[in-house]
Design a protein around this ligand. Structure first.
Ligand code: ZN
Length: 305
């Protein structure tokens, strides 16, 4: 599943692709993806709306709609890619732009050459098609169909938002806030806490491992055993890691590419994630991999205590 830097990268690319476009028609081929609305109502609510801006909450992409709901006059089209969702934008002229998970995963073509796979759109994994008045089209493809598209007004978006902790990169998320969260879960393992989206929105598996390495903290350490100076370092580390990852377009895995179909550029910067059995870039020891709450967890025994 993509993490914050990947979804943020996708948002920026989506912003360039669909901002100011007006929705002409919507085809829902798999109605379950737009629940609780019916396919018909979902389409009706979108037709004629202009995309005025893009935003993101945790891993949910938000397209702000010009007219919004009839009553409340505000609205967002929210998109969650989940495990295998993919967005493809086809401009009226020129090449396709692809973001999310390449099809089929794992790709049998090198990353960045996914265009061939998707040149015959729509195909059997295309579930939603949004046509814009300028002749361009946005396709939502999803092999496993866990992804979803929903229409929210500001109030329902707020409700959804309340299910997540503060955004990891927001200014509101500071040392004081981080300490407050940590204090509530003294017996939790630090990595488990970092990746709990209800507590902090935006740190997934890759960036939790990288941040713990950066701070010199073993991912299995209990929260109560971590000193204040280490907490401060960890906070600086995950902010720095997420920002760098966004600036590099995120980390590609076999299940994620950017909207332009190119792999993310953060892979060379990974210190421990996916490097099990390889030499630690800091001490030349070996990077280890264990399972922690079902997730692959990477660390260096000598650099992280
Ligand atoms: Zn090391």
């Amino acid at each position: 599943m993509p993490e914050l830097p990947e979804v943020e990268t996708l948002r920026r690319e989506l912003d360039r692709a669909v901002k100011n476009k007006i929705i002409k028609s919507v085809e829902v081929r798999w109605p379950k993806l737009v629940k609780p609305l019916s396919a018909n109502i979902f389409s009706k609510k979108l037709i004629g709306q202009k995309i005025i801006s893009t935003d993101r909450r945790a891993k949910i992409l938000l397209l702000k709609l010009s007219k919004g709901d009839k009553k409340t006059r505000d609205g967002f089209l929210a998109i969650h890619l989940k495990m295998t969702g993919q967005l493809i934008f086809r401009p009226k002229k020129g090449r396709l732009v692809i973001g999310g998970h390449p099809l089929p995963p794992p790709p049998n073509l090198p990353l960045g050459q996914g265009e061939g796979l998707n040149s015959n759109l729509p195909h059997k994994h295309t579930h939603i098609i949004i046509n814009f008045t300028d002749g361009s089209t946005l396709y939502f493809n999803d092999i496993r169909k866990f992804g979803w598209l929903k229409i929210f007004d500001a109030k329902s978006l707020e409700k959804l938002s309340a299910e997540f902790g503060p955004e990891a990169l927001s200014d509101q998320f500071n040392l004081k806030k981080f300490q407050e969260i940590l204090k509530k879960y003294p017996n939790q393992k630090i990595k488990q806490l970092l990746t709990d989206q209800k507590l902090i929105a935006g740190i997934g598996n890759i960036y939790a491992d990288e941040s713990c390495f950066c701070a010199g903290i073993r991912p299995t350490r209990l929260v109560k055993d971590i000193k204040l100076s280490e907490i401060n370092k960890l906070l600086l580390c995950f902010k720095k890691t997420l920002k760098l990852a966004i600036s590099k377009g995120g980390t590609s895995s076999d299940t994620y590419v950017k909207l332009n179909g190119q792999p993310g550029g953060f892979v060379p910067y990974l210190k421990v994630y996916g490097r099990q059995g390889e030499k630690c870039k800091k001490c030349q020891g070996l990077v280890e991999k264990i399972r922690l709450n079902g997730r692959g967890t990477h660390f260096c025994r000598s650099c992280q205590k």
